[in-house]
Design a binder for this molecule. Structure first.
Ligand SMILES: NC(=O)c1ccc[n+]([C@@H]2O[C@H](COP(=O)([O-])OP(=O)(O)OC[C@H]3O[C@@H](n4cnc5c(N)ncnc54)[C@H](O)[C@@H]3O)[C@@H](O)[C@H]2O)c1
Length: 241
């Protein structure tokens, strides 16, 4: 598949914005679903301001985008919010609910909306979800975000086996620390980036486009790959505990 229509959630910023550029470079039509629209919009992209936790808004956006730009063959769910970064005993349950709602429910709603239309059209396609290195093993201060990302990893496997019969591949990328506004916000709030870089075998954070390259591969090129979660983390998960 080298062209067609793709939807990218969270495509206004960070990793999602890098994915949008890669898909445009592949000749695709792109719709972005995000809470915000970037200051500098790309006029080739259709931006829709929605909250991906709102099922009606998601279904309407997918319906309208499909009517305007054609059947959506690929969806990349790059939306996300950071966790509270506190020990489990200090977690605020409302914030935990929001992290799960945005990451897990939002990913499921978007994937379902896209695949319902693919199934109705009797067409195959691909979904790429975004997990995280925090989905592997136990982590301190990750009982909100890290657990939600582990759920996305599991969700990806479940959807892959349910949707293979429709010709829809479902894969995930688990980024390591990537220099985006989300991580910049953590650094601004005291996150020790130097200690992190020391633990990463490649010795540095990722650029958003380095994550987007792996997403592009899984979305468009990996025709026999489904149900995998690919760490793109400079070797972080290979180190173990
Ligand atoms: N940056 C990293 O180091 C890193 C590491 C692992 C995983 N991730 C994941 O990668 C994805 C992209 O992260 P990023 O670093 O590019 O972050 P980012 O903050 O730069 O971009 C996230 C985008 O998601 C949008 N968004 C948030 N909540 C939304 C909602 N309810 N509905 C619609 N849009 C919403 C935001 O408006 C924003 O544009 C996220 O799922 C994040 O958890 C990031």
């Amino acid at each position: 598949m080298t062209e067609g229509h793709a939807v990218v959630t969270g495509g206004s910023s960070g990793i999602g914005a890098a994915v949008v550029q890669r898909l445009l470079d592949r000749g695709m039509e792109v719709t972005v679903l995000d809470l915000t629209t970037p200051v500098e919009v790309d006029h080739r992209v259709g931006y829709r301001s929605i909250d991906v936790t709102d099922r009606r808004a998601v279904d309407n956006a997918i319906e309208q985008a499909s009517a305007e730009r054609g059947l959506i063959r690929s969806a990349v769910t790059c939306h996300g919010i950071r966790g509270s970064f506190v020990p489990a005993l200090e977690l605020d349950e409302e914030l935990v609910r929001r992290v799960f709602d945005v990451h897990v429910v939002g990913t499921l709603l978007v994937a379902n909306a896209v695949v319902r239309k693919l199934r109705a059209a009797n067409q195959g396609g691909s979904i790429v979800t975004i997990s995280s290195t925090t989905a592997y093993g136990g982590w301190r201060q990750q009982s909100d975000y890290g657990v939600a990302k582990a759920a996305i990893r599991q969700l990806t496997e479940n959807l892959a086996i349910e949707w293979a019969e429709f010709g829809v591949r479902v894969n995930s990328v688990a980024p390591g620390h990537t220099l985006t506004p989300m991580v910049q916000d953590m650094i601004d709030n005291g996150y020790d980036v130097a200690a992190t870089e020391t633990r990463i075998p490649l010795g540095r954070l990722a650029e958003p486009d380095e994550i987007a390259r792996a997403i592009e591969h899984l979305a468009l090129d990996a025709s026999y790959t489904t149900g995998v979660c690919m760490p793109v983390d400079g070797g972080w998960t290979a180190v173990g505990k």
